[in-house]
Design a protein around this ligand. Structure first.
Ligand SMILES: Cc1ncc(C[n+]2csc(CCOP(=O)(O)OP(=O)(O)O)c2C)c(N)n1
Ligand SMILES: [Mg+2]
Length: 581
């Protein structure tokens, strides 16, 4: 109900939970991804109340596991830019979202996590007092500590009278760059408290806006343009500039104008791979040679244990998050750092450069562009060569598998690449023209790709959303919960499991630290998982289509059938037996 109308009539009074739902609507929370418990009784009752009155509130998506809920919010925010609500059960539900909050925080995605807290009254003093066993055991001293490392803000709602003010503050913080999770806790007694409609103020988005990211100081911009003007071997490394279309476009325009080789390193959100200056997914060979380097929206441009830049090089760091305040250590170079919207800042740099460009600069650029083209051609040829090897029965080559998948995808389809040690194959073999259509979690918490693909599908029903994961990642993703939601809410996603029978990443890490160690001699890496498993059955249990493929010759047709099913409205899973670890 519009509370301004209420003022003119008999002023009704409602429970705080009623205003909570109204307030969520007002902060553009379209969906509440929920996993309920006893703490939510007042909210559930007010949901029915609002529905009966025909009043708006977020659509409820019930998720059997919180991991699905948190990552659905990630996928939705990725596509729309808007943080949604995740409503979970007290400390235990919050704990189950920690992996998701880690991933959302590191991916700079907004989300409003909400949880109840055990009732604080024990003797039935107030409506909502403790009335069951768990209320006595679900009150830790510091509930928020379960997710605090991944939060930008947290609060326990002290009274219903400020519920909308608290929601607006939560929204302003989660939506201000760098975006991220916020957490609101609420006790039952607070949620059942009644307030007159005229006591609850509105806090509109127009008046209480989020902070927008800006451009850079023109003096720094001019100084960087001077550096680029004199550069002989400039490079640009990005990881997540592609999360905004403008960032991708600005990188391409600057790179073409100035002859800069562009790399995506440890990427999470792709720029357009169509850019003639895009040369690949590791800058390791180029970093020591670069005299001017641009780090643009990137968390890990290289591994310092493998690569060191030249002492004489000049590095400019342009990032929505130059400080990386969520990381105790972050020591990549920046002779100049500009925090802001990278697209805007690079447009400024390009403009300054155009005003200063000399004919000598333009000649040098032309020569560099030839070298860049050669490097680009060479990379594309190398990828094609890798894909040409199909592998053997029971050991399908992931490069071939993903190259075949690429043939079936449209530009707007979105890939959630949780391929771990096969993630590079996904990147190399499925080039993307449109920014932000190949996505990896900024965090390292496995089990994100299924929920994220579901959330993206909810936000973009016309796009195919593809989860690509390893066998290990499949388990982590609580797949029964993912496929249950896919079925119940008609969100057909495509899942491709690249099963190499275990945790290859674990094996490889042992080999990196101990190349000739005991584990290698014994061939004992503690990495093998069950091999005689049929992941298709999990999908089939929830009405999805499943196929298992072992023979490389069967790959194209199997993939085509799965994609067709998904485009027809039914989730599908392809279990591919790839090269073993
Ligand atoms: C929640 C979580 N637990 C554990 C890990 C550690 N870990 C990183 S990679 C990996 C193996 C993943 O196996 P799989 O998905 O099959 O990929 P593969 O390594 O075989 O390519 C593990 C266990 C993690 N990243 N996240
Ligand atoms: Mg594996």
């Amino acid at each position: 109900m519009d509370t301004s109308v209420a003022r003119k009539t008999n002023i009704p009074d409602f429970a705080t939970a009623y205003y909570l739902l109204e307030g969520l609507n007002e902060i553009s929370v379209d969906y509440l991804f929920c996993n309920f418990g006893t703490d939510h009784a007042p909210i559930i009752d007010e949901m029915a109340h609002r529905r009966r009155r025909g009043e708006p509130m977020p659509t409820i998506v019930r998720c059997p596991h919180e991991n699905t809920a948190a990552h659905m919010a990630a996928g939705y925010a990725l596509v729309t830019g808007r943080g949604q609500g995740v409503l979970v059960h007290v400390d235990v539900g919050t704990a189950n979202t920690a992996n998701g909050m880690h991933n959302l925080f590191r991916s700079r995605l907004p989300v409003l996590l909400m949880a109840g807290k055990a009732p604080y009254t024990v003797n039935d003093e107030l409506v909502g007092s403790r009335d069951t066993y768990v209320h006595f055991v679900q009150e830790p001293f510091d509930q928020a500590s379960l997710v605090r490392p991944y939060l930008k803000w947290e609060w326990t709602l002290p009274s219903g009278v400020v519920v909308k003010e608290a929601l607006r503050r939560a929204a302003a913080i989660m939506q201000s760059e760098p975006c991220g999770p916020v957490y609101l806790m609420m006790q039952r007694e607070t949620l059942t408290q009644h307030w007159r409609a005229d006591e609850i103020r509105r806090y509109t988005g127009e008046r209480f806006a989020a902070t927008s990211a800006g451009g850079a100081d023109p003096e720094l911009v001019a100084a960087l343009a001077d550096r680029i003007l004199k550069a002989e071997n400039p490079i640009l490394i990005t990881g997540y500039a592609g999360r905004h279309e403008r960032g991708s476009r600005a990188i391409d325009a600057l790179a073409q104008f100035a002859g800069i080789a562009v790399y995506e390193a440890n990427m999470t959100n792709n720029i357009s791979h169509d850019s003639p200056c895009f040369v690949g997914f590791t800058a390791d060979k180029a970093v020591p040679e670069a005299d001017v380097g641009l780090l643009v929206d990137v968390d890990v441009p290289w591994f310092p244990s493998d690569v060191q830049p030249s002492d004489k090089a000049f590095w400019a760091h342009i990032d929505i998050d130059t400080l990386k305040p969520g990381s105790p250590m972050w020591t990549f170079p920046g002779n100049m750092r500009m925090q802001g919207d990278s697209g805007r800042i690079l447009d400024q740099v390009l403009e300054a450069l155009k005003a200063k460009a000399t004919s000598r600069f333009k000649e040098a650029v032309a020569a560099r562009l030839k070298r860049i083209k050669a490097a680009r051609d060479e990379r594309i040829a190398r990828a094609a060569k890798l894909a040409a090897d199909k592998g053997r029965p029971g050991a399908i080559n992931p490069h071939y598998l993903t190259a075949e998948l690429a043939k079936l995808l449209d530009d707007q389809d979105v890939i959630f690449n949780e391929g771990v040690t096969n993630a590079a194959a996904v990147l190399m073999q499925i080039p993307r023209r449109v920014p932000n259509t190949t996505v990896r979690a900024g965090g390292g918490g496995l089990g994100w790709s299924g929920g994220t693909a579901l959330g993206a599908k909810l936000a973009a029903p016309d796009r195919l959303t593809v989860q690509i994961c390893g066998d290990g990642g499949f388990y982590f993703g609580n797949p029964s919960s993912v496929f249950a939601v896919a079925q119940q809410y008609k969100l057909p996603i495509l899942t491709v499991v690249m099963d190499n029978t275990g945790w290859n990443a674990v094996k490889q890490s042992v080999l990196r630290v101990y190349p000739e160690g005991e584990a290698k001699s014994a061939n004992g890496f503690e990495a093998e998982l069950a091999s005689n498993v049929h992941f298709t059955k999990v999908a089939e249990a929830f009405g999805a289509y499943g196929e298992e493929v072992s023979d490389p010759a069967d790959v194209p047709a199997a993939l085509a059938r799965c994609v067709k099913k998904v485009r027809g409205g039914r989730a599908a899973l392809l279990h591919a037996r790839v090269t073993r670890l």
